[in-house]
Write a protein that binds this ligand. Structure first.
Ligand SMILES: Nc1ncnc2c1ncn2[C@@H]1O[C@H](COP(=O)(O)OP(=O)(O)O)[C@@H](O)[C@H]1O
Ligand SMILES: [Mg+2]
Length: 295
């Protein structure tokens, strides 16, 4: 539909409108980006609405999420939290994105994100909200069920919660799912043979991609759940390290007492597993930590 040209030396990106009939959508995108000042949203540097309409934004030399491999759980959650922060910021300023999908999100190596493409966004202070009829909103796998008919009488920020839930699933698995109803087949823990991901399914997806907007988490609730899950995964499944906070008293730091390797037998195979023995300097609690993360 539109061309995007970029000049990486000058670090700007040009977006041109090909079909001038869509100029109001284009204007909407410019208006949203001008209203929002956040590191996760590209600032508008210049624009014109007369034919040929265009706008120029800061350029980010990063791939879109659709070009990225599935991420390890902690990286996926870190990325997800940044996404939640950016979307929550837009909501606080009355803008619901409505087209969150991997192609519209750029990801840096440090898990910084930029949310693009506000062309289908919804301004909460618009007066014609009850009568607005949209062309098909959003992408099939990420669109909230209330938009499936191409029209939603009541647009709530929870439409973005739904897409974020699907995005979390995508970040972890690289898969797009069409249906919000989970079966044993598409549960993340089952799909990725990773029992730890049951936390994600139970604590987050169940309340993010449920059908009715009123039953869904708000973005701050989803964010809180993501922080909790990240904590659970890092505490239970990632090794402790010298200098880390004691998991027993929560005050002292671990110091390494010694390391050892054990030959262990798991069903069907044998392997060597390394352990660090760490002692808390404050409470003297002793912990053994597997030196490799189990996920
Ligand atoms: N500011 C930018 N910096 C780097 N790449 C960008 C930028 N804006 C857009 N892109 C790239 O161009 C693609 C299309 O941009 P987008 O704004 O989503 O346009 P469209 O409305 O055509 O979907 C994105 O998927 C992304 O890869
Ligand atoms: Mg796009």
């Amino acid at each position: 539909m539109r061309d995007l040209h970029s000049n990486t030396n000058e670090r700007w990106a040009l977006k041109r409108l090909k079909n001038h009939d869509r100029v109001s959508r284009f204007e909407r995108e410019i208006k949203a980006c001008q209203k929002l000042h956040h590191p996760g949203i590209a600032p508008i540097l210049d624009y014109s609405l007369s034919q040929p309409a265009y706008f120029v934004t800061k350029h980010y030399p990063w791939p879109s999420l659709s070009e990225c491999q599935p991420l390890p759980p902690l990286e996926a959650l870190k990325t997800f939290l940044k996404l939640c922060d950016t979307v929550a910021y837009a909501h606080q300023h009355g803008v619901v994105h409505r087209d969150l999908k991997p192609e519209n999100i750029l990801l840096s190596e440090n898990q910084d994100v930029v949310v693009l493409d506000f062309g289908l966004c919804y301004f909460e202070d618009e007066e014609h909200r009850l009568t607005e009829t949209m062309e098909q909103v959003g992408s099939r796998f990420f669109i909230a069920p209330e938009f499936e008919s191409g029209r939603a009488d009541v647009v709530t920020p929870q439409a973005d919660t739904y897409a974020l839930g699907k995005l979390l699933y995508f970040l972890l698995s690289g898969k797009r799912i069409a249906r919000e109803a989970f079966t044993g087949e598409d549960e993340l823990s089952h799909l990725l043979k990773n029992p730890q991901l049951l936390y994600v399914t139970e604590k987050m997806l169940a309340k993010a991609i449920t059908e009715h907007p009123r039953d869904r988490y708000t973005i701050p609730e989803l964010r809180d759940a993501a922080v909790q899950v990240k904590q659970l995964i890092s505490e239970h499944y990632y090794p402790g390290r010298e200098g880390a906070k004691c998991r027993f008293c929560g005050e002292g730091q671990y110091k390494k007492a010694s390391s050892m390797s054990l030959h262990v037998r798991v069903p069907g195979r044998e392997k060597n597993v390394g352990f660090d023995i760490l002692i808390c300097e404050h409470c003297r609690n002793v912990q053994w930590f597997n030196t490799e993360p189990s996920i």
